[in-house]
Design a protein. Structure first.
Length: 150
């Protein structure tokens, strides 16, 4: 059996792969999630409802909906680990945009949450990911005992 850290790494790699494919195809992407099934460890890609994505909903609205759905599914025992992925812009100390990045927030029922950021650049034919993956302690949004504020 895999360790929680191994399972989180599998979700991280899956989320980065999906995000990179979406960036290559559309040069941006709406937030989405990856979830690992409690029963067998199978990984699923979860996209926002078409209504939310098509109505031009903000990333915050889409993220809130994704987190709400994931919390409900975790409460039912469906997932043991999740990754929520968003396309973000990193800013410098002066508040000016520096670079675009893939943000992956990882949570596992048996491990502390982690937030990972991978800067990227879109070239003429490919998406170039930075060699620098920034990881820091994250915040629980799904594996929580009470609903966090939005």
């Amino acid at each position: 059996m895999s360790s929680p850290r191994d399972e989180m790494n599998a979700l991280l790699n899956g989320a980065i792969d999906v995000a990179t494919d979406l960036l290559a195809e559309h040069s941006e992407f709406a937030p989405f999630a990856m979830a690992m099934a409690s029963e067998d460890g199978e990984i699923f890609h979860i996209e926002p409802d078409e209504d939310e994505a098509d109505d031009g909903a903000s990333d915050e609205v889409i993220l809130a909906a994704l987190y709400g759905g994931l919390r409900e599914s975790v409460g039912e025992g469906r997932w043991r680990a999740i990754a929520v992925c968003a396309d973000v812009t990193l800013e410098g100390d002066d508040g000016e945009p520096i670079t675009s990045a893939i943000l992956v927030r990882l949570e596992h029922e048996g491990e502390a949450p982690v937030s990972c950021t991978v800067p990227y650049e879109i070239g003429e034919e490919t998406v170039e990911l930075s060699d620098e993956l920034l990881a820091e302690p994250g915040e629980a949004h799904v594996f929580v005992t009470e609903t966090p504020p939005n």
